[in-house]
Design a protein around this ligand. Structure first.
Ligand code: 13P
Length: 285
């Protein structure tokens, strides 16, 4: 596999009217499953690693070394991306560890602070060719069972333009999407995407991919989304397969490998589905 700056993948996707999936991974099994499935589907892929996931890996260096070792025989382009880095020291750790992309999430800050701190990250990361994603508005969290979307603020197009002027390579937008399971079918605000599009020409990023209907995802891609994040659906697939295996196999026969394999197998189906939905398959040929 080739570790490339995320910008290279997104610019290609933007021109080709598809999106690159960014799958959140927190351990070796998830990472292996994403890389192998992406290679089978000939899809470029982004490994999204949240700061908590970086810590769980044992640090940025470990995450990058693991990805490189797992992918050494695979013929795909991969970006290793820090998801939702909200402090400069987290960004610096990712840069030092060899990530090829970072998100600076200043979405909870007053606009001027978000702009100033994002600009610093852009100047720093671009010195070594690392891609930067910014966020405007706040992508909310659904509660665990999807009853409510909390703390969401839709993106304001003028603020989006101002953040884009920092030199970020792509922009995460809040357009009715949220992290976690949706209680009801989400309705993305395409009118807002169009207004943002008039002012912002860089690729847009859609977070909260789990549970957004295919037609809405593909319409968002037509309007300029070139990266889509998926996390909850993968964890749900993995954990439910592990749980079912625990419930059905006699405990004395349970090897950790049996559980890991069951998790990866179920998760691979979800990875394959999303690669199809964002139309990134057969883009490495
Ligand atoms: P979901 O967990 O809702 O798929 O969202 C993932 C995400 O956006 C990570 O940044």
């Amino acid at each position: 596999m080739r570790v490339v700056p995320m910008k290279a993948l997104l610019d290609r996707a933007h021109a080709g009217a598809y999106a690159v999936p960014a799958f959140n991974v927190c351990n070796m099994e998830m990472m292996q499953c994403v890389l192998k499935t992406a290679a089978q589907e000939k899809s470029p892929v982004i490994l999204g690693i949240h700061p908590l996931e970086v810590t769980y890996f044992g640090g940025a260096q470990v995450a990058v070394a693991t990805a490189k070792a797992l992918g050494q025989d695979l013929d795909i382009d991969v970006a290793i991306h820090l998801d939702h880095g909200d402090e400069e020291h987290l960004v610096m750790q990712a840069l030092r560890g060899g990530f090829s992309s970072v998100m600076f999430d200043g979405s909870s800050l007053p606009l001027e602070h978000n702009i100033a701190r994002t600009r610093w990250v852009v100047e720093t990361a671009h010195m070594i060719g690392v891609t930067v994603e910014g966020e405007i508005g706040t992508i909310g969290m659904t509660t665990e069972f999807g009853e409510r979307i909390e703390n969401a603020h839709l993106s304001d197009p003028v603020s989006a333009q101002r953040l884009a002027e920092t030199g970020i390579d792509c922009l995460a937008v809040a357009i009715g999407n949220a992290h976690g399971f949706y209680a009801e079918e989400p309705r993305l605000r395409f009118d807002l995407v169009e207004q943002i599009r008039e002012r912002v020409k860089i690729p847009l990023v859609l977070h909260g991919g789990t549970g957004i209907p295919t037609d809405q995802i593909q319409h968002a891609i037509k309007l300029g989304v070139a990266k889509m994040n998926i996390g909850t659906a993968l964890r749900y697939a993995f954990v439910s397969a592990v749980k079912e295996t625990c419930d059905t196999e006699p405990v004395r026969d349970l090897a950790l490998m049996t559980l890991g394999r069951a998790g990866m197998q179920r998760m691979a189906e979800v990875v394959r589905d999303y690669i199809g939905i964002v139309m990134s398959n057969n883009r490495m040929a």
